[in-house]
Design a protein around this ligand. Structure first.
Ligand SMILES: Nc1nc2c(c(=O)[nH]1)N[C@H]1C(S)=C(S)[C@@H](COP(=O)(O)OP(=O)(O)OC[C@H]3O[C@@H](n4cnc5c(=O)[nH]c(N)nc54)[C@H](O)[C@@H]3O)O[C@H]1N2
Ligand SMILES: Nc1nc2c(c(=O)[nH]1)N[C@H]1C(S)=C(S)[C@@H](COP(=O)(O)OP(=O)(O)OC[C@H]3O[C@@H](n4cnc5c(=O)[nH]c(N)nc54)[C@H](O)[C@@H]3O)O[C@H]1N2
Ligand SMILES: [Mo]
Length: 787
């Protein structure tokens, strides 16, 4: 076999569990099958077995995203409003079985393994130990976590917070898994305490979308709804891998493709899910090993090249308009938009050669994409992390909105913006006020409701939180869900920063690296998960609510028995902290009755209804099957901008994006860090990435064949990845196997979070401060690791 040839092999058999932790040397093979299909069903079987709780899980799965069931803890893709809706999703199954596992992390486990030892374990092995069951406190003398009573743990948090010199020394992080009610209580707690230090995972995710959409359209959320996907004539998908990360979206794309809609993909990698999909819910297709094409056209820009691509499309349209072709919607432009001429001038002044060099696409390709766009009378643009995790993400999202406006693709059926969100409730958490830069309106509403002054100074976002902890010891960090320490960039710097804290405390379901990087004191506070029944003291089961990517708010109630009887709900933990924190402050019970909130989440929803716009009659509206829609003004052509119109931006293209900056630096490449098919963010379910032909390992780097040869390496060789160290921090990760892949020259890809040590903290988006995790400068060194 030649060095670039890959072994061709069939899909792996269903019998074996996700591959063992020791199997670290990945096998590489060519994957010829469509996304979904039998491969997905086999994988489901494996994960059900591995969880050791198959009966329970099968039942859970049929209650996913049902009106009387629970919201899938996977992605934020919307649920259909009609028809039967058990939607099969391989990765939704993984998310549920991972939570519903029969394995437990007991006090004996913590007695056996010191924190130093656990730090040598990888992410998979840590979470695979099972569910956390009782609160644990770190003992620095023994280097072990030890059991602690709930009261003692909550007292410790309140005492440490009270002991801080200023409330701004408290940092309150939220991951998008947290439901609306938890998020509301958490932000209220932080603000009553006196700080807007409410960083969240959005800061690392779709922040650029919110900033750009707010500036352009006056609202930060996407405007396209699920029914718009049924009417769209064209769907443009930028920088997103739905086959893995939003599998239910594939069903929607497939239906669109079947009825003849044009699906145009822009992705730096050839992603299987964007090419072909076999729907496991279509028995005939499964029987005949059939599948359906997804993308009608697939363009592969270089990393960070999308702003140039979209500008090229606009340039082609302006040229055709100038030649008298009816390709722009002048009526829409005149009635609803502002600053068109400045944009037009900017676009016309940008040379094709500049656009080609930055995008990595040819002028012909950009003109072809423009032609596909010009033929459609209703277009939706979707995007995700391939767009939002660059330095110039905000101007890029604005450029996408510019393009949509040129043909009036806002406020009409089958059209609009669709930033496809990540975590199942990341959008809802923001709606609930989890934001380090709250609006004046929110703070005024909170003040009116609680008759207490709210902090007006902006708080820290995720990157700024690390900088603050790095520069100033003695903070208290509380994490509501998530794995902050592992998810944020510059792992070595971040871990030192976290260790500077006087207390780190995480409300979690599973053991992760954040628990192991301890402050002077550290707590693990285990909670019940979304698939589990949340009973109050009186035994009544509680409802929580979430908001999906299309702004639908709906209820969710777990059906499984909690993993352990000593677990508490997130809300019980948070209200417990609040009671202790504000015991001697002048917050009278009649203003906030924390115990009543805990006993009945309807009480929290009454608070939300009084403070957050759009939530009137929350308790009754959320009990209607499928919930309610938070109206998006853009859908009604209302724009909350300074001009009252949809505003064009005329940002210059970046002088040189990362791949251009590195072109003159011998041996350097631009690295994107992304998800495998077997992970949920920092949660690693297994070591396979089926659609990309990887089995049994995550330490791989995908490279263009010519780059491999040019740099003097061979496919299959082990290399170390070295990042920038001009600030004196050594950034490297060792032992990655080279995989030849269909990606443009100069562009490399590897999995997150293993590669987070390579991203300097300061390498972040302009205006969004999102770590630029899709454009990292790296070079390769032959590894000492043996193949
Ligand atoms: N199963 C599963 N589901 C998930 C998650 C998970 O980890 N696992 N995570 C959830 C979360 S929080 C999020 S935010 C979403 C993430 O969903 P995605 O955004 O799909 O996640 P990534 O794996 O980061 O994939 C980025 C995609 O963009 C492409 N890309 C990267 N850079 C560029 C670029 O410069 N230009 C273009 N055109 N393409 C580029 C990559 O090749 C890749 O296909 O998924 C959510 N759903
Ligand atoms: N290099 C690089 N870095 C990235 C990204 C990237 O593409 N590249 N993506 C970024 C993105 S988009 C995101 S959203 C962040 C993700 O950042 P986070 O949201 O902070 O991380 P997760 O990995 O989703 O968190 C997993 C942990 O959440 C806990 N958990 C799970 N379910 C629950 C629950 O119901 N309740 C509670 N209380 N805890 C629960 C478990 O203990 C589990 O270990 O990472 C970011 N980091
Ligand atoms: Mo995300």
């Amino acid at each position: 076999m030649s060095q670039f040839q890959r072994e061709s092999r069939p899909e792996s058999p269903a019998e074996d569990a996700p591959r063992a932790a020791s199997a670290k040397a990945p096998k590489i093979f060519d994957y010829h099958n469509p996304a979904g299909g039998w491969g997905a069903l086999k994988s489901v079987g494996r994960h059900l077995l591995h969880s050791r709780s198959p009966a329970l899980n099968a039942r859970s799965l049929f209650k996913l995203n049902q009106p009387d069931g629970f919201d899938c803890p996977g992605c934020a893709w919307g649920d259909p409003e009609h028809g039967s809706s058990f939607e099969f999703c391989e990765n939704g199954v993984k998310a549920v079985t991972w939570e519903a596992t029969a394995k437990r992390v007991t006090r004996q486990f913590f007695a056996k393994y010191s924190v130093s030892e656990l730090k040598t374990w990888d992410d998979y092995r840590l979470e695979d130990q099972g569910r956390l069951v009782e609160p644990m406190r770190y003992n620095a003398e023994t280097d072990h976590y030890e059991p602690v009573a709930w009261d003692e743990a909550l007292d410790l948090i309140a005492d440490e917070l009270k002991a801080l010199p200023t409330p701004n020394d408290g940092i309150f992080y939220t991951s998008g898994k947290a439901c609306n009610e938890s998020a509301y209580v958490f932000q209220l707690l932080a603000r009553l305490f006196g700080t807007n230090n409410l960083p969240d995972c959005s800061n690392m995710c779709h922040e650029a979308s919110g900033v750009a959409l707010n500036a352009a359209l006056g609202t930060g959320k996407g405007s396209a709804r699920l029914e718009d996907f049924e009417k769209a004539e064209a769907i443009f998908v930028f920088g997103q891998n739905p086959g893995t990360n939003h599998p239910r979206m594939l069903g929607v794309l497939r239906e669109a493709a079947e009825r003849g809609a044009t699906i145009v993909t822009f992705n730096t990698l050839k992603e299987r899910g964007l090419e072909k999909f076999a729907d496991p819910q279509k028995p005939l297709e499964m029987l005949h090993n059939g599948s359906h094409r997804i993308s009608s056209h697939y363009f592969r820009p270089k990393l960070g090249g999308d702003m140039a691509v979209v500008r090229g499309m606009a340039k082609a349209l302006f040229a055709r308009d100038a030649a008298g072709e009816a390709v722009l919607d002048h009526d829409f432009l005149n009635r609803h938009t502002a600053h068109l001429e400045a944009y037009r001038a900017r676009v016309e002044a940008t040379e094709w050669a500049t656009l080609e060099a930055q995008s990595g696409l040819t002028r012909e390709e950009m003109e072809q994409a423009a032609e596909l766009y010009a033929r459609s009378n209703a277009t939706i643009a979707c995007w995700a992390m391939g767009i939002t995790q660059h330095k110039h993400s905000v101007p890029t999202v604005r450029e996408i909105v510019n393009l949509l406006m040129l043909r009036g693709n806002l406020g009409k059926p089958g059209a609009g913006t669709s930033p496809v969100r990540g975590h199942s409730n990341v959008q809802g958490d923001r709606t609930m006020g989890v934001f380090e830069k709250p609006s004046k309106a929110l703070l005024d509403a909170l003040e009116a409701k609680y008759a207490r002054p709210m902090p007006r100074e902006h708080g820290v976002d995720s990157v700024a939180a690390v900088e603050a902890m790095r520069d100033q010891p003695g903070k208290v960090f509380i994490g509501l869900a998530g794995n902050f320490t592992r998810a944020i960039s510059d792992s070595v710097v971040t871990e030192k920063a976290m260790a500077n804290c006087r207390l780190t405390a995480f409300i979690s379901t599973k053991l992760n690296r954040s628990h192991l990087v301890t402050g002077d004191q550290a707590l693990i506070l285990p909670c019940i998960g979304r698939s589990e029944i949340d009973r109050n003291a009186a035994g009544k089961s509680q409802l929580i609510t979430v908001e999906d990517s299309m702004s639908m708010v709906h209820g969710s109630a777990g059906i499984n028995k909690p993993a352990d009887q000593s677990l508490r709900s997130e809300i019980a933990i948070l209200t417990g902290i609040a009671e202790r924190l504000f015991a001697d402050a002048a917050i009278a019970d009649e203003v906030i009755d924390w115990a009543a909130m805990r006993e009945d989440y309807d009480v929290i929803r009454e608070h939300i209804a009084a403070v957050i716009p759009g939530f009137h009659d929350f308790n009754s509206r959320v009990r209607v099957p499928r919930g309610f829609w938070l109206a998006n003004p853009v859908a009604g052509l209302e724009f909350g901008t300074a001009t009252g119109r949809a505003e064009f931006s005329a940002d210059p293209l970046p002088a040189a994006v990362m791949h251009q900056q590195l072109a003159s630096r011998e041996g350097w490449l631009t690295l994107q860090t992304m998800r495998s098919h077997d992970q949920y963010n920092t949660t690693v379910y297994g070591y396979d990435d089926r659609y990309r032909g990887i089995e049994g390992g995550r330490q791989v780097i995908f490279l263009n064949r010519d780059d491999i040869a040019r740099l003097g390496f061979e496919a299959g060789q082990w290399v170390d990845l070295v990042g920038e160290s001009d600030d004196g921090v050594v950034r490297r990760v060792d032992g990655f196997k080279i995989v030849a892949y269909d990606t443009p020259q100069g562009c490399a890809a590897a999995y997150y979070p293993e590669t987070n040590p390579l991203i300097p903290l300061s390498h972040k988006g302009d205006f969004s401060h999102t770590p630029a995790s899709k454009s990292i400068a790296v070079r390769l060194e032959a590894s000492t690791r043996l193949a």
